[in-house]
Design a binder for this molecule. Structure first.
Ligand SMILES: Cc1cc2nc3c(=O)[nH]c(=O)nc-3n(C[C@H](O)[C@H](O)[C@H](O)COP(=O)(O)OP(=O)(O)OC[C@H]3O[C@@H](n4cnc5c(N)ncnc54)[C@H](O)[C@@H]3O)c2cc1C
Length: 467
């Protein structure tokens, strides 16, 4: 028999790993998920809530087909050999995960299974083009996205994979899933969007029917639901990337204008960023904690604890920054434009190490994905590959005016400013303090002066670069 080990691919359809497991033998496949303490150590309440919801959905999917998802607790390198012996397993199949921690775990699992004479097979599933498959003339991965994108875009994509037939799945019965508290996690402060296979498919269908044609225009406006919100699904694998891509290709075929078609391409480009960062991380696993660029230890981070707390709480007195930080806390998600802004504010205006911000995002994002999160933080902190130049510091007032002109997004998450006119909201840091107190007594004054902090950040980076 074959054991299929689900990890971050919590679905039955368009699952290359599961399809491979089914193709290996005429015997039915036994599906399993392992709650591994080594991995859970890096989890958080909101992500465990998403994981359990996705697993519940996956279990239901198997039960509708007369099978079940086995669940086990313990280190995967102990649990899988035990399950393999219990179910008389010849081979264990799983889909590759490219982070350093995952690869370390997978090496331990492979060694333990092979010691017991059980074969291991892995497939590439999470991204279209695996690390090492798109390379520059010299080196193992691209460091500049635009070059990567050109090759990624032109490369043929795989078709979605059919789900296995019901009789290819073993008639097993699993234990109930552990609860969040049994796994040792508190109730999350955020209520994240639903993360199931059905919700993912609904989201793709809806997004590709119409909003995708406005994506190029709307994607930077946080008050509009103009992006796909697929990130939690891609993180947990409740939808396959081939299925997503195919839906975008169908949308491109239905496009009526060049603008529509270009908008679809703009969306596909973002899918390519996800793969670019997966490649960067696969070949540079140390960048989870170290700067990608040379100036490790040279940047004089200040790490003021009060300023860090104000940033986390959404109490900086910069309305768009605070709106983003509060969206994160309440939904476990934040709009991309605002992620860039709050990350710039932390690393430049506050001169706080990007690792502090990464750690907060890691704990609070439902879609936290190591490659994208590290990539995003090192981009904003100007320490990454193809990063924001250190001298281009986002102005949170201008950005608020440009991308949330009516302050609808700000008012949604900062209710203290609900009755304040949009222009005055954007002017908030420059208002006289008496005026601020009259308008919104419970909303804070700006904790820093952006102009001064911008100069300070540029000087600090120049010093770190030896200029
Ligand atoms: C500081 C910072 C931290 C981030 N952390 C994460 C993270 O932990 N997980 C995560 O998935 N994304 C992260 N991003 C990237 C981006 O903000 C989110 O992918 C996006 O906001 C998710 O919303 P969406 O699905 O509606 O995106 P859409 O705009 O609809 O994009 C579709 C998909 O493309 C991918 N994508 C889009 N933008 C990016 C990007 N800049 N980099 C990599 N992939 C991208 C995502 O998979 C996304 O779901 C981060 C960005 C920054 C600046």
């Amino acid at each position: 028999m074959i054991l299929y080990w689900h990890r971050r691919d919590l679905r039955g359809t368009d699952n290359r790993g599961l399809a491979r497991a089914v193709s290996l033998s005429a015997d039915p496949v036994v599906p399993v998920f392992v709650f591994d303490p080594i991995i859970l150590e890096h989890a958080s309440p909101v992500r465990v809530a998403c994981l359990l919801e996705a697993l519940e959905g996956l279990r239901e999917w198997y039960r509708e087909r007369g099978s079940d998802l086995l669940v086990a607790r313990g280190e995967a390198s102990d649990v899988l050999p035990r399950l393999a012996a219990e179910h008389d397993i010849d081979a264990v199949v799983w889909a590759e995960d490219y982070s350093g921690l995952a690869r370390e775990r997978d090496r331990a699992v492979t060694a333990a299974l092979e010691d017991d004479g059980v074969a291991c097979e892995t497939v590439h599933d999470a991204i279209h083009h695996e690390p090492g498959s798109i390379t520059p003339n010299e080196g193992d991965h691209y460091s500049v996205f635009s070059y990567f994108w050109k090759k990624w875009r032109d490369r043929e994509k795989r078709e979605p994979v059919e789900p296995p037939a019901a009789d290819a799945l073993a008639d097993v019965m699993g234990e109930p899933l552990p609860s969040r508290s049994e796994l040792g996690f508190d109730e999350p402060t955020a209520t994240p969007q639903s993360v199931t296979q059905a919700a993912a498919r609904e989201r793709v269908t809806e997004f590709c029917s119409e909003p995708i044609y406005r994506y190029a225009d709307d994607r930077d406006k946080p008050a509009i639901d103009g992006t796909s919100r697929l990130s939690p699904h891609l993180k947990w694998g409740t939808i396959g990337i081939r299925e997503v891509y195919e839906a975008t290709e169908r949308a491109a075929e239905r496009a009526e204008t060049d603008d529509d078609r270009e908008s679809v391409t703009a969306f596909q480009r973002q899918l390519a960023w996800r793969e670019f960062y997966a490649h960067v991380l696969a070949f540079n696993p140390e960048t989870v904690t170290e700067n990608f660029s040379g100036y490790e230890h040279a940047i004089p981070w200040r790490n003021d604890p009060d300023e860090l707390e104000a940033w986390k709480a959404g109490e900086t007195g910069y309305p768009i920054v605070d709106a983003g930080m509060r969206q994160l806390r309440s939904e476990g998600w934040m709009h991309n434009r605002v992620r860039m802004l709050v990350a710039s504010f932390l690393t430049k205006d506050l001169l706080i190490d990007w690792r502090e911000g990464y750690d907060w995002f890691r704990r609070n994002l439902a879609d936290h994905e190591t490659a994208n999160d590290v990539g995003g933080w090192q981009w904003a902190g100007s320490t990454g590959t193809d990063a924001q130049p250190y001298f281009r510091v986002f102005n949170p007032v201008k950005q608020g005016r440009e991308y949330d002109p009516n302050a609808d997004y700000i008012r949604e998450y900062v209710p203290e400013l609900e009755a304040v006119p949009a222009d005055t909201i954007h002017d908030w840091p420059a208002l006289e303090s008496d005026r601020r107190v009259t308008l919104a007594p419970s909303y804070p004054a700006p904790i820093v002066d952006h102009g001064e902090r911008r100069e300070r950040a540029i000087a600090a980076f120049e010093q770190a670069r030896g200029e």
